[in-house]
Design a protein around this ligand. Structure first.
Ligand code: NAP
Length: 279
């Protein structure tokens, strides 16, 4: 029988997950299909009962269900439990187990840019769901200095305090982060500022950036945010969020199928789908 995988969210019609996972399933000639399910917050429990009934083989979970899915699962992987968000559900021996591949997906991207990243000083801009997953994953990888700057500074403090892995971290106001950018080797932009259609906005001024700083903006629409354009003017090493997106999908796919995800071919497909080749 054909195995069924899917993604749940609200909204969900813009998701590229069906495209890339069906591409990977077909590459491996697996007898399986991946589809998008539009599930409203108040229908999550009913929807998940349905998935149990049909023994859905695996699920991606996106906004607004990443936290609320947790009590419905049989088990949750420790990192996902600490982060407090699940984006991947795997049917393992009849049990639904939750994982978070967003942070580990980002780590795969960073390792490809600098395999010595754990010795570097990192600043994360933003304190939303993605920032929390990235912060916890960097801390798990033993990065010692991870500061966090956010408009709402209390949210940065909460992430730092909640993290079970030891780090030296401080929470900063955005304006204070601007003044000490030259202290960092790696800058990670995780706010939604600069995302299409507000492409002329940046979360902070980056005049004090030092040369060769690694600057990653996890946004991928546009490919090159204003923030990355400014960083490039300061001779930074820049990267957008496509690789994080591909690697979080790759980790989900590997958990479901035990097969390698076709990373490079999928990246080309995503870039084509987004209408560009400027990456
Ligand atoms: P989120 O939980 O809603 O967090 C949004 C963050 O942006 C918060 O830190 C928020 O600050 C900040 N922010 C929003 N508007 C702002 C403004 N006008 N001024 C200052 N700060 C502002 O969102 P998320 O889920 O973390 O996602 C954030 C971004 O990452 C989105 O663009 C999303 O598309 C992208 N993303 C990419 C990937 C990938 O695979 N590449 C994965 C996940 C997310 P406050 O805390 O002060 O509100």
């Amino acid at each position: 029988m054909e195995k069924l995988y899917g993604v749940i969210g609200d909204p969900i019609h813009h998701s590229m997950s069906p495209l890339i996972h069906n591409f990977a399933l077909q590459k491996h000639r697996l007898h399986a299909h991946y589809t998008a399910f539009h599930v409203k917050a108040e229908k999550l429990e009913d929807a998940f009962k349905g998935f149990r009934a049909i023994q859905l083989a695996g699920l991606n979970v996106t906004i607004p269900h990443k936290q609320s899915i947790i009590p419905l699962l049989d088990e949750v992987d420790p990192l996902a439990r600490d982060i407090g968000a699940v984006n991947t559900v795997v049917l393992e021996n009849g049990k639904y187990v939750g994982y978070n591949t967003d942070g580990p997906g980002f780590i795969r991207q960073l390792k490809n840019i600098d395999r010595h990243f754990s010795r570097k000083k990192v600043l994360i801009i933003g304190s939303g769901g993605a920032a929390r997953a990235i912060y916890f994953s960097l801390a798990k990888e033993k990065v010692q200095t991870i500061d966090m700057a956010n408009r709402t500074i209390q949210k940065a403090r909460t992430i730092i305090n909640d993290c079970p892995y030891q780090t030296e971290s401080q929470a900063l106001a955005l304006i204070d982060a601007e003044k000490c950018l030259d202290q960092y080797d790696i800058l990670i932009q995780t706010t939604s500022i600069g995302m299409f259609p507000n492409i002329h906005e940046t979360p902070i001024q980056i005049k004090r950036l030092k040369e060769n700083t690694i600057v990653i903006d996890i946004i991928y629409n546009p490919f090159e945010t204003k923030f990355l354009q400014e960083a490039k003017k300061h001779q930074a090493i820049i990267a957008n969020g496509i690789d994080m997106f591909i690697h979080q999908a790759a980790l989900s796919f590997e958990l479901w199928t035990n097969q390698a995800f076709p990373v490079e071919d999928t990246k080309k497909l995503v870039i084509k789908q987004l209408g560009g080749d400027k990456c």
